[in-house]
Ligand binder design. Structure first.
Ligand SMILES: [Zn+2]
Length: 196
């Protein structure tokens, strides 16, 4: 990876200006200082030398699809799966724009879609990932409730009230354990699916 390559990729991707969040100076990719770090390339402000952003090191936009196929061109990923990614994964604004543009292009021109690798059951995968996310959220909710109840024991007026609180806390503990088991099972299923 070298400077020429990075500038070529930036041009290909339509990156024309980089704005420094520290001093507000606007630079072109050719004007910023580039710093290479492993496979990554950072852009630094020519004026105040602050870090601006990582620059792309490949012409195509790629995301991590799953353990089986790893990083994959977004062009080869189904629209359903891309939409899931937009909803659930924290990604850079540039990547978000690229995915949104791609989805829009597919909507207006269905022929633009390049089919995903045939061995990925996208629908099943999305189902499992949604389930995993839901279970994790439920577990966090139950744990928060449990914490709240444990705290409230201090304020409980009498023995009967305390006993009732403890029973509820124990019940929540069982639910949390059960959710944890379901999360592990779902992850196992995802792994099996990805191992094909
Ligand atoms: Zn600056």
């Amino acid at each position: 990876m070298n400077r020429e390559k990075i500038l070529e990729i930036a041009e290909f991707r339509g990156i024309t200006e980089l704005i420094c969040k520290q001093c507000g100076v606007v630079s072109t990719p050719a004007e910023v200082r580039l710093s290479f770090n492993g496979n990554k390339c950072g852009a630094y402000c020519p004026e105040c030398n602050s870090y601006i952003k990582w620059l792309p090191t490949a012409k195509s936009w790629r995301i991590f699809l799953n353990a089986k196929v790893g990083m994959t061109d977004i062009e080869k990923i189904s629209t359903d799966r891309l939409q899931w990614h937009l909803r659930n994964i924290k990604i850079s604004e540039d990547l978000q724009n690229a995915i949104e543009k791609l989805i829009e292009r597919r909507t207006t021109d269905p022929a633009a879609f390049i089919a995903p690798p045939p061995d990925i059951d996208t629908k099943k995968e999305i189902e499992l990932m949604d389930r995993e996310k839901y279970l994790i959220e439920q577990k966090a909710l139950k744990q928060a409730e449990q914490k709240r109840l444990i705290k409230s024991i201090d304020d409980a007026a009498d023995y009967v009230k305390i006993k009732e609180l403890i029973a509820r806390i124990e019940g929540l503990g069982k639910t949390v354990n059960d959710l944890e088991r379901q999360i592990l099972r779902t992850r196992e299923k995802l792994r099996e699916l990805n191992a094909g």
